[in-house]
Design a protein around this ligand. Sequence first.
Ligand SMILES: [Fe+2]
Ligand SMILES: [Fe+2]
Length: 308
Amino acid sequence: MDELDLRTEDISTQTPSGASGFLLQKNPELQKLFFTPTENENPQVNEAKIRRIFLQAASQQWYAPQRINFDQEIVLDDESRRIWQKFITIFYTLEKMGLNVIQNMMVKAVRKFKSEEMAFYLSAQTFDEARHVFAIEAYLRKLGAPPKYQWRYHILGQAASVGAYRVENWLFSTLFSENFASAFIRNARQAKIDPVGDELCKYLLVDEGRHLHFLHIVLPDVLDRLSMLGKTYVKGAQYFIMKFSEFIMRSMEAEAAFVGLDRRAMMEEIFEHMEKSYEILGVNRQWLWFPKIYPTRITPTQRIVASH
Ligand SMILES: [Fe+2]
Ligand SMILES: [Fe+2]
């Protein structure tokens, strides 16, 4: 699971001194102090694992102005700049949506799964998303685009967090959105995004990998407790989200190709990772309905522009 989720570069996960150093020495007394979950009557999730991932999140915090050199020059031709501005604005919208949704869902999740450890962990993840939105805002300004939330994608946040089984639905939707974010970041780096974007992506990837890891901890329990009706509802919502994303990405194929992104390969990579995640949950592809990834009909003019 870690191999799938945490494909990151070597970024130090230790705090400058003190706490994590002691923890790494595997001192049993200190481990008892830090790793013992808060006593709960009847938690519905694995609290010991959630506490561990909270500690991991706490030790991996970063501060964008210190870690990313925003002073580097971004050299791009006009069309590439326009396209990156467009893609990063969508990415920004999705991250901001994620931040709004997690703030709304955190309390409900803690109550539903009767887990105080989830309150610890989800608070850390909320701050991760705030940090992402903050850093992407700065990056967008650097690219010359004012950060702007795009309401046309708002429906995705709603599909992920309203209606029946909203907590479960939100967690499963996050599995898709975190996989989506990770795939976009990895592909953007391979496509030789500018140096500021590349550094930003490197740090984002560490966090998104951890967010996926959290889902792999809680989703088996969530799925176990979900009724047949709940499962069908979640499947439907997931299908809608994936279908919508496939459709949107297809419409941007030529622009993606222009900056070196292969949208089809990226979508396949996302679905493949989703499939692996579901296998870990003990369900196969038959359980979740995956939409078809359609080829795009790029017009000859678009193809010439894309392969300029
Ligand atoms: Fe994020
Ligand atoms: Fe995330």
